[in-house]
Design a protein around this ligand. Structure first.
Ligand code: NAD
Length: 231
């Protein structure tokens, strides 16, 4: 049976595809305060601003392409059962061909009912507008988990982490909870890595081997390392 490689990815995974991370230093996400565009309070205050913010993100993501790092993760499926748990709302892992992707924080290409959260729709094109309604007649919102909201996929993700034979973290500052807490569910005694230009300091407080590189170069190095384990 193939060994399970569980990979937790964050915004840094998509940085080389031209999609900015949000902890670049100013604490803003694309020039917006996070609470204005990614919280239930922001939605209450100004839903049009929130819709337009995600419309912009969607336009940018759909115009971008998976990078070498996404492709390496796909290629590892030839050797491992690869399970990707991503904090990213983009669909670049899927577009690189990865077959097993769990989105913790939702997906930019989907909308959901504001009243019945289980009513999820694919967005045709790039725009979700005020007045766009679900079949039951309620306003639609982006299918994104905002700050302060429950993360319904966490129990499933924690279970997947607990089954890992190898565990890898790529491009996350490990500051957003509960996602960051998932690293503690990976079994002790297995090999765990973190790939991030800031890996040295991130690894220090966690039980992770640092690869202080960008996602593409770091995953190249990881692949060589893991394949040598299989020989
Ligand atoms: P973050 O912005 O807090 O941290 C990004 C991390 O990526 C940092 O540690 C940084 O050193 C690292 N990094 C930067 N460039 C890199 C590269 N080329 N290769 C590898 N690592 C690199 O991101 P987060 O921890 O994922 O938390 C951000 C939250 O914002 C997530 O919950 C996510 O939903 C959302 N977000 C998503 C996207 C996306 O979907 N692409 C983009 C921005 C923010």
């Amino acid at each position: 049976m193939r060994k399970k490689l569980v990979v937790l990815t964050g915004a840094g995974m998509s940085a080389e595809s031209g999609i900015p991370t949000f902890r670049g230093g100013d604490g803003l996400w694309e020039n917006h305060r996070i609470e204005d565009v990614a919280s239930p309070e922001g939605w209450e205050k100004n839903p049009q601003l929130v819709l337009e913010f995600y419309n912009q993100r969607r336009r940018k993501i759909l115009a971008s392409a998976p990078n070498r790092g996404h492709e390496i993760l796909k290629s590892l499926e030839a050797h491992f059962e690869v399970i990707i748990i991503t904090q990213n709302i983009d669909n670049l892992h899927e577009r690189a061909g990865s077959s097993n992707v769990l989105h913790l924080h939702g997906l930019i290409t989907q909308a959901r009912s504001t009243v019945q959260p289980e009513d999820i729709y694919n967005i045709e094109g790039t725009e979700l507008l005020w007045g766009d309604r679900c079949d039951a007649g309620y306003q639609l919102r982006p299918n994104i988990v905002w700050f302060g909201e429950e993360v319904p996929m966490i129990p499933i993700a924690a279970e997947l982490c607990s089954l890992a034979d190898y565990f890898v973290v790529v491009g996350t500052s490990l500051q957003v909870y509960p996602a960051a807490g998932l690293i503690h569910f990976a079994p002790s005694g297995i090999k765990k890595f973190i790939i991030d230009p800031g890996a040295d300091s991130l690894a220090r407080s966690n039980d992770l081997v640092p690869i202080a590189k960008k996602a593409s170069e770091g995953l190249e190095e990881l692949k060589l390392n893991l394949l040598s384990e299989l020989q």
